[in-house]
Design a protein around this ligand. Structure first.
Ligand code: FAD
Length: 511
């Protein structure tokens, strides 16, 4: 017999940013109807208001929630994302900025590994790895959308993600959770957190309302980490000695005339960080992510203005301080942190929504029925989250520490061995002696996998030793390289321009 008191029947989420509403939708989709989900959000503390680039797993979540793809275009100002175009992350080449693309398609075409062929620059291989092996890179740089208007909702010819307006996206998630699953919504400030004798959370004292009691509390309160950090004193693992960027100046720029909106994020390296450039339907979101150890806020604003080709006096930017790192445990007692309250690293590969979505998905799949089930589930959850954060820190650092830029202290320091985690130094040693393979990525939960690493390593010309392929492999790989080239041409001819398809999707939707 189970004690009815010990059943998890009331889930309370604190925070109505993207993390809070993603968690509410995942739980609403997976949890039985008799569990009451309440989300409380401060009427006066704004959400962070950034987070406009996503990765393809967002498509799975939207499908799961039952949110229409057409609504992303109608209500969230969305555009398509085929990947990220990195500009200037290495020294210029022949007077031109160094560029590479990180797409979402697999560089192993039909299971054939084209890397050895490319590394030896055999016939048909282009100078750039991405352009030799990826169809999506070509589609993106030719400003094509990744699908056709005749495709069904979320039907994929090739993996894709969205750029979206963070505020509008939160509002869509909120409406969906409230209308379709009756998630209870309270606008009030959490003033204090009540703890039970065993140290778990028993309730939240609201400013206007009564004590809000619950069995499970999800902290989505943003950087202040009201429950997990402040109330439960969970240590923060600071990673700013590895990833130096700790501030962003951000702005929004309306389009002055009709122009082709790139179906990819542009990430342009700067002296002490980098600038993201994300084109939505009606405006761009642009932000300079930098380290205040290596530049001043004023200079960061000047660099942002220069990037936009505008005078620094007319550009209005907002300064955001970023906490780089993650909580030692994401789940403590009956509290789980999801979102900025749990952890954050600079948004170079759109890891924010990716990690928070993963955490919310994992929680809703393994939601404990009884309090006594919690410790075992929490232990596993914490192991997964720690592994995820460690591998993300390594992957983001990879972008910096293999760069050959030496024009500022920021870039030189990024190569200093003491700033590179041992785990990454080990991988780099492995990949110097041989090319990466699937045995380097053993966890099925790794968010960045072999293909992601290949695009970054060889986009940046990492010097791996690699055997010359056997004659049989050469002819097989040559065939595949030529096939990619043909498919690149075919895809561009078949697909519409990005702006045209987005306009159609916003107007008519998909089938
Ligand atoms: P927030 O948006 O800060 O929401 C916090 C919520 O908690 C608010 O609703 C607030 O009202 C509520 N709250 C706080 N205190 C109280 C209280 N006392 N009582 C009641 N409610 C309270 N992610 C990506 O995936 N892609 C990107 O391109 C990307 N770019 C980013 C750029 C920058 C500069 C930064 C800083 C982050 C970026 N992110 C990105 C991360 C992304 O912004 C976050 O993942 C996402 O917005 C989730 O934030 P959140 O919901 O955790 O917190």
């Amino acid at each position: 017999m189970h004690n009815a008191e010990a059943k998890i029947k009331r889930i309370v989420i604190v925070g109505g940013g993207t993390a809070g509403w993603l968690a509410a939708n995942h739980l609403a989709a997976d949890v039985s109807e008799d569990v009451v989900i309440t989300l409380v959000e401060s009427p006066s503390i704004p959400t962070i208001g950034v987070g406009e680039g996503t990765v393809p797993v967002i498509v799975d979540s939207l499908k799961k929630f039952g949110i229409h793809e057409s609504d992303m275009f109608r209500l969230c100002d969305a555009t398509f994302k085929n990947g990220i175009h990195f500009v200037g992350w290495n020294k210029p080449v022949n007077g031109q900025p160094h560029c590479y693309f990180h797409p979402f398609d697999d560089p192993n075409v039909n299971g054939v590994n084209l890397l050895p062929y490319w590394l030896h620059q055999l016939p048909g291989a282009r100078e750039r790895f991405d352009q030799s092996v990826s169809i999506q890179t070509h589609i993106a740089l030719e400003n094509r959308a990744p699908k056709l208007i005749t495709n069904a909702e979320y039907e994929r010819l090739i993996n894709y993600a969205f750029h979206l307006d963070a505020g509008k996206f939160s509002a869509l998630l909120a409406k969906h959770a409230i209308d379709n699953r009756q998630v209870k919504y309270i606008q009030d400030d959490v003033e204090s957190v009540e703890l039970a004798l065993d140290g778990s959370i028993s309730g939240l004292q609201l400013k206007q309302g009564p004590l809000l009691e619950g069995d499970l509390f999800i902290d989505c309160s943003g950087f202040q980490s009201l429950l997990l950090g402040k109330a439960l004193n969970t240590p923060f693992i600071d990673k700013s000695d590895v990833l130096f960027a700790n501030h962003a100046v951000v702005t929004q720029v309306p389009y002055e005339r009709e122009q082709e909106v790139p179906p990819y994020t542009i990430s342009t390296a700067q002296q002490a960080g980098w600038i993201w450039d994300i084109g939505l339907q009606t405006r761009k979101g642009v932000g300079h992510v930098y380290s205040d150890q290596f530049t001043s806020h004023e200079q960061a604003h000047r660099d942002l203005s220069a990037y936009l080709g505008r005078s620094e006096d007319v550009v209005e930017s907002r300064l955001i301080k970023m906490q780089v790192g993650y909580r030692a445990q994401a789940w403590v007692k009956n509290c789980i942190g999801i979102g900025l309250s749990q952890g954050f690293v600079e948004p170079l590969e759109a890891t924010g929504l990716l990690v928070f979505d993963l955490a919310a998905r994992m929680l809703s799949k393994r939601l404990p029925e009884q309090r006594e089930d919690m410790p075992a589930i929490a232990q596993q959850f914490n192991q997964h989250m720690s592994h995820t954060w460690q591998s993300i820190v390594d992957f983001i650092k990879l972008h910096y520490c293999i760069s050959n830029r030496d024009d500022s202290e920021f870039w030189r320091m990024n190569r200093a061995l003491e700033t590179i985690p041992d785990s990454l130094q080990h991988k780099l040693a492995l990949w110097r002696s041989d090319i990466p393979n699937e045995y380097d990525f053993v966890s099925s939960l790794d968010v960045f996998r072999l293909e992601n690493h290949l695009y970054v390593l060889y986009g940046m010309n990492y010097p791996s030793r690699c055997k010359y392929p056997s004659p049989q492999k050469v002819s097989q790989q040559e065939g595949m390289i030529n096939l990619v080239s043909q498919q690149q041409q075919k895809a561009v001819a078949m697909l519409e321009t990005h702006s045209k398809l987005v306009a159609k999707a916003a107007r008519y939707g998909f089938q």
